[in-house]
Design a protein around this ligand. Structure first.
Ligand code: PNW
Length: 485
């Protein structure tokens, strides 16, 4: 008797039996055999999937073909500055192995790749005469990407300032902003026939604050608040001058943006009052970086709070800083949470409980909804028409299992959850056009040296052997389906 139930009747019974349960997941169970049990969450047609990387973290070949030293060579070779004294001298040896690594990208199905140019390969002294061998390396590397059907997105400054410029004060010296623009314009003049998207800087906040205030990144300084705000001003000015220089020197259809890591101010609860607080917080917490770049002014609260430590600037400089962009890239990792407040600011930041879940890097708390709120708040505030997630990814304590594979289930969990929230944003019309996973390969993770792994491909640094992790399979599947689930 029981066996002769129709499928419809069976579904009805299943529905009745589970009607009391507080969730609605049973619909999928009741579906006809052959229906997908998991509903796909699609991304728009043509959504771009890529990986991101940076010169000093992967290239190695630190002294080859005329490359000059950068502040990261100096810093990593100074005792006690990086984990285990690790340096980027060899890193992933990408300088010699890029053809193989681009093949890995192609196998994954990547359609775009974000890389960065080492300033001191192009101008070993920061300014002066260019080094043709440095230019040739990037031309050949980019051509290998194009041959693999991968569009290159180039970052001009991912923290490796030529040491000669640091010797003249680095970003403390306003001249560095102009030197950066000259270098950026030169690279655009050489590469824009094949690279259509340029980002000026990567994470101004990180290199200013970790390098010049906390002293934990190169150049390892701990300067006063007044000096740091002036450095931040020179850095955003360098970005603006570079935008103009790239436009002046590149071929006509070149698109210019930057990759910034805004403080992501998730609303404590998704209610009207907390969401309003999140908007205010986003603007204020990013006042000296993204807000001044988008608005051409420092917020009143920012200037008021700094008093005599506020940066010195001219109206002309503010106009340069806010040079119009073709796209905005954001790097999204750890969340912050804010709640509404009756005070002058209209919000307060909530300090995370010590139990907040983290990945392998102590700073990397897990807040998947950041990949919804970051692009959403930006779109609401500034009506940006083209955005990219220029970095998102996670460190985990990867181990090679006895069968030779790396089962990074925590990274897969992290990526799946962040991507679900990105899907939520794009399905509501937030104009994110692509996603660059950080990173393809395990690499030199700055002060953490080789102790923190962010790759979806494992690197054995002793042999340079590459092992795609479980997360590679996950990502390839997302790309193949252009969606989740
Ligand atoms: C970014 N934090 O850096 C960089 O752009 C990459 O070069 C880096 O490898 C990647 O994220 C992973 O760390 C960050 O302390 C470094 O909040 C530190 C922080 C954020 C971003």
């Amino acid at each position: 008797m029981l066996l002769s139930f129709s499928r419809r009747r069976f579904a009805q019974l299943l529905g009745a039996a589970t009607a009391a349960l507080p969730f609605r997941g049973v619909d999928a169970l009741a579906a006809a055999p052959g229906d997908a049990a998991v509903r796909p969450l699609p991304f728009p047609k043509g959504f771009l999937w890529g990986s991101a990387t940076a010169s000093y973290q992967v290239e190695g070949a630190a002294k080859e073909d005329g490359r000059g030293p950068s502040i990261w060579d100096t810093f990593s070779h100074t005792a006690g500055k990086t984990h285990n004294g690790d340096t980027g001298d060899v890193a992933d040896d990408y300088y010699h192995r890029y053809r193989d690594d681009i093949r890995l990208m192609k196998d994954l199905g990547l359609t775009v790749c974000r890389f960065s140019v080492s300033w001191s390969r192009i101008f070993p002294d920061g300014t002066g005469s260019p080094n043709q061998k440095g230019v040739d390396f990037y031309k050949q590397m980019v051509d290998a990407m194009l041959e693999a059907g991968i569009k290159p997105y180039g970052t001009l400054y991912h923290w490796d300032l030529p040491q000669t410029l640091q010797d003249k004060g680095g970003w403390e010296n306003r001249d560095t902003a102009q030197a950066f623009a000259d270098y950026a314009g030169y690279v655009a003049s050489r590469l824009s026939d094949r690279v259509k998207h340029f980002m000026t800087t990567n994470e101004i906040r990180s290199f200013v604050e970790l390098g010049y205030r906390e002293g934990i990144h190169a150049p390892g300084l701990r300067l006063s608040r007044a000096k740091v705000t002036q450095i931040a001003h020179h850095a955003v000015l360098g970005h603006g001058l570079a935008v103009q220089a790239i436009r002046a020197k590149a071929v006509r259809d070149t698109r210019v943006g930057l990759a910034e890591n805004p403080t992501v101010t998730n609303p404590a609860l998704e209610t009207e009052e907390h969401i309003a607080a999140a908007h205010k917080a986003f603007r204020e917490e990013n006042a000296m970086y993204l807000s001044v770049i988008m608005e051409g002014r420092y917020t009143d609260l920012y200037l008021k709070q700094l008093g005599a430590d506020a940066p010195k600037f001219t109206p002309e400089e503010l106009r340069t800083i806010a040079s119009p962009l073709d796209f905005l890239g954001i790097n999204v990792y750890a969340p912050t949470y804010v709640r509404a407040d009756a005070g002058e600011r209209g919000y307060v930041m909530i300090s995370p409980p010590s139990s907040f879940p983290k990945m392998a890097s102590p700073w990397l708390t897990v807040g998947p909804e950041s990949l919804y709120w970051a692009p959403k708040l930006i779109h609401d505030l500034w009506k940006v028409k083209e955005m990219y997630i220029t970095e998102n990814g996670a460190s985990s304590d990867d181990v090679v299992a006895t069968d030779g594979h790396v089962y990074d289930t925590d990274r897969v969990m992290y990526l799946r959850n962040y991507l679900m929230h990105l899907q939520r944003a794009v399905s509501q019309g937030v104009p994110v056009k692509g996603y660059f996973l950080w990173s393809l390969l395990d690499n030199f993770e700055w002060a953490d040296g080789y102790s923190k792994r962010f790759g979806i491909v494992y690197v054995d640094f002793a042999t340079q052997k590459r092992i795609p992790k479980l997360s590679s399979q996950f990502y390839a599947e997302v790309i193949r389906r252009n969606g989740l689930g």
